[in-house]
Design a protein around this ligand. Sequence first.
Ligand code: AMP
Ligand code: MG
Length: 416
Amino acid sequence: MIKFEEALKIILENTKVLGKEKVFITEALGRILAEDIYADRDNPPADNSGMDGFAVKYEDIIGASEENPAVLKIVAESKAGGDQVKVDKGTAAYIYTGGLIPEGADTVIQKELTKVEDDKVFIFQELPKGSNIRPQGGDYKKGDLLIKAGKKIRSPEMGIISSVNKPTVYVYQTPKVGILTTGDEILDVGEPVTKLSQIRTSNTYALYGQILEVGAEPVVLGFAKDNPEDIKEKLSYAKSCDILLTTGGVSVGEYDLVKDFVTEVLGVDILFWKVAQKPGKPVAFGVWGKNKEKLFFGIPGNPVAAMSVVETMVKPAVRKMRGEENVINPIVKAKLSGGYRRKKGERLEFIRVALEITDDGFVAKPFGRQGSNILTGMVYAHGFGLVDIGVTEIKDGETIDVLLFDTDFMKKEFRK
Ligand code: AMP
Ligand code: MG
């Protein structure tokens, strides 16, 4: 049995970034940029005004004051999108935000410091030369590298990509993640219960959600009964996936069945089985495909175990495949409220905790029932508190690491 850290290392070492594809800007949100983005022009492309007011020659407003305003003749108008106009000594031009600075002008006086009478403007204050002018190239220059490949595309990046006139952009491809649910007892939603021992699936759709959350494309490969024919047939549906997840049937006894079949049907090389973690100990991992570029995760059936394996092992692999640089969920320090005890300290334990922000930092409260079959414990949990190997007791108020999967608890009233 290997340690979690070792397992994660094996997973990430065997995970390859997918190829590139072109998408429209409008489809790029959340994707990872696969090309560098350069400026096609200076921005602003020419000196323009940061205010509504008057473009003047500085020399004409020297010494202007309330008592002794400068009086200039209005000779032109410069609007955003308009042509460049001209001012000479003793004249001014109306100018609007974004309007080109007129030839001959070097300063903009905002409207609030002026008064207009007929074709004259009275300027009541001297401003420093160059005031309210946004200089050409002040944001960036033509040819500047604006966004490096590898950056996650959020809304500012969408804005920049469009502003350099790119309707489409290269991003890394989205992994397709097949989910095969196994177990004689498992029913899909809508199937009638005919026996008391039947269990309605939660894993299929909990995992589906987790795969969507991490920016990949989930594919339901179906529900296989615990018999060779059914498992083999449904495993064959995985061929066009980048990652195959199976749930159920990897515990002792059943495991060999699944292992033999993923190897037989898909050519999976199993790289590890069983990790010193709780829940999720009997997880299996392997690689397959022409260049062993595809991944297989054999995930135990217990719902919390299934979700924690996806959160801690599958999501990092998906992030790497889709081109992300930082692949681990955020981990924060939190004070454990009420403490935690366990009999054995043989495995790294992921305990479900609810978090709160206090003036003292994060406080984590473990849920009372931590069984790997208690899915309701996930509903109000925000993260997994990490209880290390060798630790059997954490005292009330002691600090632990919490791996986050929900940050909504951070949303509060403004500055409260
Ligand atoms: P297994 O890993 O197949 O031994 O399953 C362990 C436990 O998880 C059993 O109690 C199963 O009934 C349960 N289980 C397996 N698959 C699912 C599923 N898709 N949804 C909910 N529970 C499941
Ligand atoms: Mg089973």
